[in-house]
Design a protein around this ligand. Structure first.
Ligand code: TMP
Length: 242
């Protein structure tokens, strides 16, 4: 990235740079992948580009459905321009199917469909290992107002409806996903971060048998191999559809 832009923040999968407009940022998607709070690390050449392309398309889809997001435009293959937000330190996970940590922490059977979408909220804090957090603790810690939390939950449910319908059309099952929100300079709540196979579980519906074929970061988390091939397939299906 051109050094006239100042690095404001570096996360595990993205870098955020300043923009000449004070209310915008430049987000660069990295090829790095981490899992289990960085216990596992690797680099996948081309992942940054794929996640940037996939996220941009999904943000455009959501914006067209009136979801407020930080996305403004694609800058180049692995960078996008976004509105500057103050990120709310919560990870909002929505689950349609029981998988991952939900099955490790409860008696729910792997792969069972939930009667209704479940929202699990985690505190975004690597040192504390992103613990599950309650509404009362969010209020106690003054992380976000009760009204804003209600808006975040309503937005997450609406995003799930939009994404489930969209992914079904391209033969993908949306198992679960993680979102992050923030406030813009006018204090509006916007969807931030990214929406990509790094933070969504997507299963291939083009399979004849009942076996689960993950086209997401579980390929890395569970040592399945073929991560770039899986992300490329998602990108291809999105581009063929749109
Ligand atoms: P989990 O089953 O490990 O709790 O993950 C639920 C969903 O959230 C899954 O789609 C992966 C995503 N996720 C992230 O994007 N970042 C994280 O740090 C974690 C733990 C999960």
């Amino acid at each position: 990235m051109n050094n006239k832009f100042e690095l404001i923040y570096e996360g595990k999968a993205k870098k955020v740079f300043s923009h000449e407009d004070a209310d915008k940022v430049i987000i660069e998607f990295k090829d790095d992948a981490t899992a289990f709070n960085s216990l596992k690390k690797a680099r996948f050449e081309g992942k940054g580009k794929l996640n940037c392309q996939i996220s941009s398309k999904i943000f455009e889809l959501l914006i067209n459905k009136n979801i407020p997001t930080h996305f403004l435009e694609l800058k180049n293959e692995n960078t996008m321009i976004a509105k500057k937000i103050r990120v709310i330190p919560l990870e909002i996970v929505l689950r349609n199917i029981a998988y991952g940590s939900l099955c490790k922490q409860t008696t729910l059977k792997l792969g069972s469909t939930l009667a209704k979408p479940l929202i699990d909220i985690y505190l975004k804090n690597d040192e504390l290992n992103d613990p599950l957090i309650t509404k009362d603790r969010i209020e106690l810690l003054n992380i976000v107002s009760a009204k804003d939390l209600d808006s975040i939950i309503d937005l997450t449910l609406e995003i799930n409806r939009i994404l489930q319908e969209f992914f079904k059309k391209i033969k993908l099952q949306l198992v679960d996903f993680k979102l992050e929100f923030g406030h813009d300079l006018k204090n509006n709540i916007l969807l931030g971060d990214e929406i990509s196979p790094d933070n969504c579980r997507l299963w291939d519906l083009n399979q004849k048998s009942d076996i689960i074929v993950s086209l997401d970061k579980d390929r890395f988390r569970n040592d399945l191999g073929g991560l770039i091939e899986a992300y490329s397939e998602i990108n291809r299906r999105i581009n063929d559809f749109i």
